[in-house]
Design a protein around this ligand. Sequence first.
Ligand code: CTP
Length: 400
Amino acid sequence: MLKGKEIVLGVTGGIAVYKAVELLRLLVKAGADVHVVMTQSATEFVTPLTFQTLSKNPVHMELFNLISEERIGHISLAERADLFIVAPATANFIGKIACGLADDLLTTTVMATRAPVLIAPAMNVNMYHNPIYRENEERLKNHGYLFVPPVSGMLACGYEGEGKLQAPEAIFEEAVAALTVKSLAGERILVTAGPTLEEIDPVRYVSNHSSGKMGYALARQARLRGAEVTLVTGPTALAPPCGVNVVRVRSATEMRDAVFAALDETDIVIKAAAVADYRPKVRAGSKMKKIQESLTIELEKNPDILAELGAAKGGRLLVGFAAETQDLVRNATTKLNAKNLDLIVANDVSLEGAGFNVDTNIVKLLYRDGRVEELPMMGKEELAGVILERMELLRGKGTK
Ligand code: CTP
């Protein structure tokens, strides 16, 4: 995901330095080439050796180090970087940058870069709310510096409150966002995901094997590309993507209501949810007892949300999924036409590496004009990116 990207990770002194180690690991795992710059006080908390071992690059600390200056001086670091991250960033570091001070290697390189700079502050709650700090942060934001706000919690100084460094995963996500071209800026995208769950009685239900992975990947990738995203999701075990407006539902009826409530503020709808086609006709008010030898539950049809959207779509783009086990193209084409879609992602769920509960998918994209685009097996995150690129093309924004 970050292959070919050069990132400078600045680490300033504070108890949260240990979290920067985890952040470094995530960045390296995603393929980035990371150069760590530590302040003197950061080295009091974690040794440079830890960062050096994980990054497989020398750690930079001193402004005038002749050996490292020759090989990779601070100006060269500043120029080569695609992104700067400073995590944890102390009030002192932020104050210096806000005043244009450059008195050590980190402040000097940050001042000298034209790459985006992402700052993750960590400090005492009173410092965080100090008007001088607030002014400094505002000033930097006005100059285009990006911030990952701290979270609330018990701080090392014993105080409870805002000031705790964000989780490494959240900082990583913002780093990916900072490096992603905002090709969907201005688009409002609604994604549905996961299964729906239709209750039989208070403890039992009818559902399906959908994990929600495809829909969550679409929501995440759309947000990374700058779209405003609403994710209407049935019950899943997944953590919702950062920066996405999440609406949790259970049944198909609830999903329909949530989708139509958001429709006015939506330009593109992507219906990746595996909506249960039927629900029990009667929901028992109390737990059903096993009195009978056999049991028949009568089911009635759920609303077809996508078909209803197709009838009400106006100028919106509408994308559906087709889960099939036979006659993939023919069945998917029928759905594309019947539900008035712009694109359908046709998915033979009987193939290995496709469909429910796996990380990959093998799909064909079917367009309104009859075109069929066959895609190789790929990860759901990557497929989400491809689907969104096709959205840009249909919007007349893309380049392919
Ligand atoms: N869908 C929906 N509401 C339903 C059923 C399906 O919105 N009640 C949407 C799904 O989110 C998906 C598309 O319709 O985008 C196709 O779903 P799929 O289960 O493949 O097809 P169905 O229309 O349900 O037809 P069938 O089950 O007969 O194949």
